[in-house]
Structure formats: C-alpha cells, structure tokens
Design a protein around this ligand. Structure first.
Ligand SMILES: [Zn+2]
Length: 402
C-alpha cells in the first residue's frame, strides 16, 4: 500500500500554494489567504512566518482598513530582492529581463536581431552577457532563484534541448539551456520552453486568459505557434511538441510550408503570406511593423490590403474552427503579429467560425487579443523560471545561498 503524503509534503505544498497566491495576485491579507486556501488562521500564520524568514515575503499592517478591530496583516512578495532572469529569443528581437517575485520587471534589455545573423548556440553568449551586466547593478542582498528562456522552436520535454527551429537556423539539436546556464555562471539550471507555449501560460496566469481554464493561444511571428491549455494544464504531448497549431493543414495543395508540407495554417496566414498577398513582400521589410502597415493601409481604404486581410482571415478562421471543434476552449487569444491580423480580419474569422465550428462549441466562445502584447513570451519565460520556486520555496531559497 502506498503511504499518503507526509506532514512535510503537505507543508511544502501549502507553502508553494500560498506563495503562488502572493506571486500571481499581489499583496493579500492573511484573512483573505485563510478564506481562499481553506486553511485555518494558525496554519496561515505559520506558513507566512516560514516564507518571511526565508526572505520571500514580508508582512505589513494595511494602510487603512476603515474597520474596527485588529487589522489583518498584508503579505507582500519580496519583489526587489528575489528575482529570476527571463530570456526571449524572437525572430526580430532579443530580450532579457530581471523579473522580481510577483512578476515585476525590475530591469530589461532589448536589442533588434537580424534574422539569420547568428545561430541559436551563438545567441547564448549575447544573452548571458546582458544578464551579467544587469547582475552587476543589483544590491548585495538580492538573490537570483532561477532562469528560463523562450525560443521559437521545438523544445524536447525533459532536457530543454531545442531540436528544430526553421527561424533559428537550428540544423542539429542544440542544448540551449545547458549552454546558457554555463555562460551565465550562476550555478543555476536554465529551463527552456517554446515561445508560444510560454506566452499561452503567461496569458493564462497574468493576462487576458487569467482564470480561464480552457484556452487556445495562437502566436504569430515569421511562423505561427500555439499553446493549448485544457483544464488549466498546458498540452505538451508525448515529447513536448504538442500544440503546433501552425502546421494544421487548412488548404491541401496550398502554399509550401517551412515544415515540408503544403497549405499549413502558417503558410497561408504567416507574415510572408500576408505581405505577398498585399503586394508588400520585399527584402528587408518584415516583422510587426510591416504587418501593422498592411492593417493600417486596409483601414485607410487600400483595396489590395483589404483583400489580403480577407484572404488571410479566411484561413485563420478555418484553422480556429478546427481547434474549437476539438478543444472546446472558452477563449481563443491572438498574440504576436496575429493581434494585428485578427484586428484587421475579425469579420472574416467570425464568419468562418460560424460556417465551420459546431454551434455548441462556438456559442460561448470569446475571441480576444493578447493583453501582455510583445511581453507575453518574456513574461512566460519568467513564469517558467519561477515554477520550481513555487513548487518548493524553502528548498530553492536554501540552494540559492541565503
Ligand atoms: Zn507546416
């Protein structure tokens, strides 16, 4: 017979759950924690004391309660002291942020990236250099508890090896996390996740999809990635490559796709498809600004731009109808350059959904744009870096050397 959880297991679980409330929800009173967690007051007091002693939270008297009696102490994350490094590799940009517990971006650095200028392995040195510069500017009492990176490619489950990435010049498997960890030199493992998967988690924990348990997130850059959250959990698949919605086929025999197939959603809706349809595909003109320019031209009455958005909106709506029929999400979120594309083609997307999605699935469906916008992938990387802190707060702090 399997033994039940030990007292220590329960305490570790409760510490993590309490810290998660403070990390995601911000300052919260002990009284509120007692009611939300369904634990008694003395247990909450013991847990907050442990987290305070570890330097993860602090407790303060509330400013004004307006109520008689002894006020309940407010628990706040130690955002300026406990932090992680978040890295974001996107086709056109490299970003590094120092993110405090509670999700506060304390410091950030961004540089434009020339597509195809550096292979993924070489980027590790650039990113680690930025992080080291930031670290030199921190106070002595700060502690780095984790690091994670978002990449626009396939990340193998378990070891964070990037195995494919047409937009990253990945020709063979790259142990990106290991390389970044070595160059950072903090003695910390660096987790790696697919950018769209991490952006989905970010929107689910801090963005427009907060409190939504079933959502489909679509991320557009050069290609189209996705993150599917069902019942509050990210769908990873057997090897960690699940959710590649960019490669569902919407137009058999259609445009060639970087994956080797034809008529994938990415090939019909991606940046190149839109720019070509709008007669604006020229070398050196790409990225979000080029996509935005098509939407703005359509708004001004440019017929070619309007037709291009209609065409792309048709394929996008068809792809989403398939996803809605399979996953029955409460919300579909458009992120990256797909925010602009969706805003410029919402009527098309909706009419395709009406035609192809089953009525019970679409009746209560909400279509939304990402609220974290260009930071969704970076915020997602930060959340991945914090995940192990929330799983075992005291152990992680002890290892981080405090
Ligand atoms: Zn494809």
């Amino acid at each position: 017979m399997r033994a039940g959880p030990s007292q220590e297991d329960i305490r570790r679980h409760n510490l993590g759950a309490l810290l998660r409330h403070v990390h995601l929800g911000g300052p919260i009173s002990r009284a509120e924690l007692t009611s939300r967690m369904g634990l008694n007051r003395s247990t909450i007091m013991a847990l907050t004391s442990d987290l305070t002693a570890a330097g993860l939270v602090r407790e303060e008297l509330p400013r004004e309660t307006g109520r008689a009696g002894r006020p309940s102490l407010v628990v706040r994350p130690e955002s300026s002291r406990v932090y992680v490094f978040a890295f974001d590799v996107s086709p056109d940009r490299l970003a590094v942020a120092r993110v405090g517990l509670g999700g506060l971006i304390l410091d950030r650095r961004e540089v434009a990236r020339e597509r195809d200028a550096l292979a993924l392995g070489e980027l590790a040195g650039v990113l680690a250099g930025f992080a080291r510069q930031m670290r030199r500017r921190t106070r002595d009492d700060t502690v780095c508890v984790g690091a994670a990176a978002a990449v626009p490619g396939g990340v193998r489950k378990g070891d964070g090896v990037v195995t494919f990435g047409p937009n990253l010049m990945v020709e063979k498997a790259v142990p990106f996390g290991e390389e970044l960890g070595r160059r950072l030199g903090l003695g910390l493992p660096v987790s790696v996740g697919n950018d769209a998967n991490l952006a989905a988690l970010a929107e689910h924990s801090r963005g427009v999809g907060a409190a939504v348990k079933d959502l489909v997130y679509l991320h557009g850059d050069v290609g189209i990635g996705g993150g599917i959250i069902t019942g509050g959990h990210l769908l990873g698949g057997h090897d960690g490559y699940g959710g590649e919605v960019g490669h569902i086929v919407v137009n058999p025999g259609g445009r060639a796709c970087g994956c080797g197939s034809h008529g994938c959603l990415e090939a019909e809706v991606g940046e190149r498809a839109l720019l070509e349809a709008a007669g604006r595909f020229r070398s050196g003109q790409h990225g979000r600004d080029a996509v935005r320019a098509v939407v703005e031209a359509a708004d001004r009455g440019d017929i070619v731009a309007q037709e291009a958005l209609k065409r792309v909106g048709d394929w996008l709506g068809l792809g989403i109808a398939n996803l809605v029929n399979i996953f029955n999400p409460e919300m579909v979120i458009f992120g990256g350059m797909l925010r602009e594309v969706y805003l410029g083609s919402a009527a098309q997307v909706r009419s395709r959904l009406t035609l192809h999605a089953m009525a019970p699935q679409r009746e209560r469906l909400r279509l939304r744009t990402s609220s974290l916008a260009d930071d969704a992938t970076l915020v997602g990387a930060a959340e991945l870096a914090f995940a192990h802190v929330l799983a075992d707060p005291l152990e992680v702090l002890a290892r981080a050397g405090t």
